[in-house]
Design a protein around this ligand. Structure first.
Ligand code: GBH
Length: 469
């Protein structure tokens, strides 16, 4: 069992659930525009309605309650709160205020993320994250929301997965704004981190007792052949471009020298001004860890394709800024419907490594702010989804966290991605991650059997050792 006080939660993000994309003052975000690009999103889906949570948030809160959640992690839409990045849209702020009140009334702590990928399109048109001014505008936006909600929201996360914003958004174009420009992606890395650091300092100035956080998608890449120095080196390079590129500036105030050397031609350091690295390293309280899969890498191209899943309409290349000689190698591990290899023990290793090298020395706690799995859910004759694979996935990952805690990792929470099925970015509605099933025709929410199981885990504060898989 985990220590009392450990938080059991579930996560969503604004564009994936809210809908009401052009109602009550909200304006285009980069995702609204990206969804209109032919072939960008499977079946031309978009977040116009999503799970209609702008209007059905009370049902979401009821679902969170049925799951016995202690916290609900959601994000706010910048394009709703400061449409076009400009003046405040009262109706938008009021929506988050109603959601927060409903959560508090249900005894559920709101964990608010300020940015989960939906930049106002107007700011993108001025250069987006490739532009330094976006970082300053983010601080204004953060202050706006804190003014309105700071009395009730006690956990504030600046960014969700800046790696994805930079490298999928500006690098390989798999995500909005769909740019394919490695130099812009490296500029985005710096400006996202700067935005985080400046907003963290501003939130701390306004609020001495808030819990401040950032969530990163961290990768556990293993050499395909640990005896092959080329494979070991490929694993080191992917660790640099995925993990250390963000962890080192956040915790040590410096970019990793090996990554800067490999990407020197992409000009990251051209954007770094005096004082930036100190600003990025502003102290914060919780590192959010988002973990979905492991991978093995080799310097040799694999003989067979990684997986046989239908691919996205627009072919995507590696998101890495220096991908040369880094190839993913299938290991025959079970895969989810995303084609991601299920590797729970990687989460244990990741948490212990973070504790040892980054969070422990800095006195920062951790929370698993996302883990979860897409599977091909089938609605049974009783109208319910029985999803033993998702349950097994989650049990294994809860167990992995318990192992890490038993070995000394300071992990304070476990959030499932996701509370409910929703708009899965480039995959549209074709991939389902929810503990709660959504019938998109009627917007009816129904607990899956994995949800019933998770409600017990949350109620009893963990997985009894005998139930571990
Ligand atoms: C999270 O990111 C997001 O925060 C959330 O919004 C999203 O719905 C959820 O995951 C499920 O996708 O090299 O093509 O095999 C996931 C982070 C980073 C996980 C890239 C998959 C490798 C993809 N992702 N990673 S690939």
């Amino acid at each position: 069992m985990l220590p009392p006080g450990f938080v059991w939660g579930a996560s969503t993000a604004a564009y994936q659930v809210e809908g009401a994309a052009h109602l009550e003052g909200r304006r285009d975000s980069i995702w609204d525009v990206f969804c209109r690009v032919p072939g960008a999103v499977v079946d031309e889906h978009d977040g116009e309605v999503a799970t209609d949570s702008y209007f059905r948030y009370a049902e979401d809160v009821a679902a969170a309650r049925a799951l016995n959640l202690g916290a609900y992690r959601f994000s706010a839409s910048w394009a709703r709160v400061r449409p076009d990045g400009g003046p405040v849209n009262r109706a938008g702020v009021d929506y988050y205020s109603r959601l927060v009140d409903a959560l508090l009334e249900a005894g559920i702590a709101p964990w608010l993320t300020l940015y989960h990928w939906d930049l106002p399109q107007a700011i993108e048109e001025q250069g987006g994250w490739a532009e330094r001014s976006t970082a300053y505008r983010f601080v204004d936006y953060a202050a706006t929301l804190h003014d309105a909600l700071g009395d009730r929201v006690r956990v504030w996360t600046t960014l969700n997965e800046p790696w994805c914003s930079a490298f999928l958004g500006y690098g390989n174009g798999q995500h909005a704004p769909g740019r394919r420009d490695a130099r812009a992606a490296m500029a985005a890395v710096h400006h996202l981190l700067l935005a985080h650091g400046l907003a963290t300092t501003e939130l701390r100035r306004q609020d001495a007792t808030a819990t401040l956080a950032i969530s990163l998608n961290l990768d556990v890449a293993d050499p395909a052949d640990p005896a092959d120095p080329g494979d070991v080196d490929a694993a080191r390079r992917i660790d640099g471009q995925w993990n250390r590129l963000f962890l080192d500036p956040l915790f040590r105030g410096e970019y990793p020298a090996d990554v800067l050397a490999q990407t020197a031609h992409l000009g990251l350091t051209d954007h770094v001004r005096d004082g930036d690295l100190a600003a990025i390293a502003a102290p914060f309280d919780v590192l959010g860890v988002n973990y979905y899969h492991g991978q093995a890498v080799s310097h040799r191209p694999p003989p067979t394709p990684l997986h046989g899943l239908p691919s996205l309409a627009r072919p995507v290349t590696s998101p890495l800024p220096a991908p040369e000689g880094i190839h993913r190698v299938p290991r025959g591990l079970p895969q989810t419907a995303m084609g991601w290899e299920v590797q729970p023990e990687g989460l244990t290793r990741l948490l212990l490594r973070l504790q040892e090298e980054y969070t422990g020395p800095a006195g920062v706690a951790m929370a698993v702010t996302e883990t979860g799995a897409a599977y091909d859910d089938v609605v049974g004759p009783d109208g319910r989804v029985d999803d033993p694979e998702r349950r097994a996935f989650l049990a294994a990952h809860v167990g992995a966290v318990q192992d890490a805690v038993a070995s000394g990792a300071d992990v304070r929470g476990f959030f499932v991605w996701s509370l409910l099925d929703n708009f899965e970015w480039a995959w549209g509605y074709s991939r389902r991650f929810g503990l709660v099933h959504v019938d998109y025709a009627t917007q009816q929410r129904t607990l899956k059997t994995s949800g019933e199981w998770f409600a017990q885990v949350a109620a009893q504060g963990g997985l009894p050792w005998e139930e571990r898989s």
